[in-house]
Design a protein around this ligand. Sequence first.
Ligand SMILES: *Cc1c(COP(=O)(O)O)cnc(C)c1O
Length: 429
Amino acid sequence: MSTAGSEELYDRARTVIPGGVNSPARAFKSVGGVPRFIARGEGGELIDVDGNRYLDLVNSWGPLVFGHVRKEVRDAAVAALDRGSSFGAPTLGEIELAEAIIDAVPSIEKVRLVNSGTEAGMSAVRLARGATGRSKLLKFVGHYHGHSDALLVAAGSGVATLGIPGSPGVTAGAAADTILVPWNDRAAVEAAVDEHGDDLAAILCEPVAANMNLVSPVDGFLAFLRQQADRCGGLLVFDEVMTGFRLARGGAQELHGVTADITVLGKIVGGGFPLAAFGGRGELMDHLAPDGPVYQAGTLSGNPVAVAAGAAQLALLTDEVYAHLETAARSVVDGFTAAFQAAGVTAQVLRHGTLAGVVFADRAPERYEDVAAADHDAYARFFHAMLDAGIYLAPSGYEVIFTSTALDDRALDRISVAAQDAARAVRDA
Ligand SMILES: *Cc1c(COP(=O)(O)O)cnc(C)c1O
């Protein structure tokens, strides 16, 4: 496999773009090697500038449920673009996308559209603080809610991958109101709520942690968080940027039957375009300007092209789609599990519904430290062996595996076969 083209572009990129990338996780820092520069995508495959083809298990880090260039999504975006790229005035499409989101997520009665998951998470926090008149946030170690100051504290994958504990540039003041608690630790949550309850604006979590590899909530944990939020009068905020529309149409809330006060959405909701959202009960959302005093705005918010793509993708999300995504996740998990067993490699192959993950550790992770203590060199070897075999996994052991409906049986078989060699490469290093 030649990577001369990617190598040349990586050199060129690094002279004009910090690290050569516009988002750090793309840089292969934790696995080493040259990031592949992508020329195009076709269904389940990525094609790099050297013409190498990879079965895609990243799917743009989540947004692409149907793989690349799904016709209905593409056509909707192109048709919208032909009508104009942006107006800075309301459009019918925004109402239709809002209605589709509300239809899918019952706890959302009103929703506002923004441009990124970071912006949505940041705005949700401001709304929670503005609506409750309280300042503190309870956040879980290793959960990622975008890179806004208050939330970039023990923030999982991207930060963890680079070994930055927080980030320079985030002031002590910005982080001071963020209380950190280990995921799945009831006693720690209870103690934090006892101590800070009167000041807690929100308990914030990824309902299924998917930015510290894949760490499911232990039995009853989400219901426990609901009860703890009610106990202190704070809001329960589910960051479903990753899990929304991926675990189910109604996200982790639907799967687990626990209702959030504010839900943060991103990735899939934008159909591969820069679009995210946050929503909740009407009375709560009405705290936002212009009806309320909590300010939040955006020149390109509700962009017509992104809205059209998002609405087109959501319209395609049937039960069969989730069955396919889950079957694909099962196939990857079964293939990897068999490969590691055959090679005698100790690994946890994880699955939560349609999401999957691999952690080289001797037991399933329950919190961030378990993932941090895993063998990330083994992950790097596995990653590169798979990449050489034409399978594109996330370039970090803190990330999950995203399937798409564009992966057919033949593609899934190829992934399982490639895993057998890759497992031996992990063992024989
Ligand atoms: C990706 C992600 C974000 C950030 O979204 P961006 O669009 O990258 O800003 C926030 N929360 C979660 C759970 C995510 O997975």
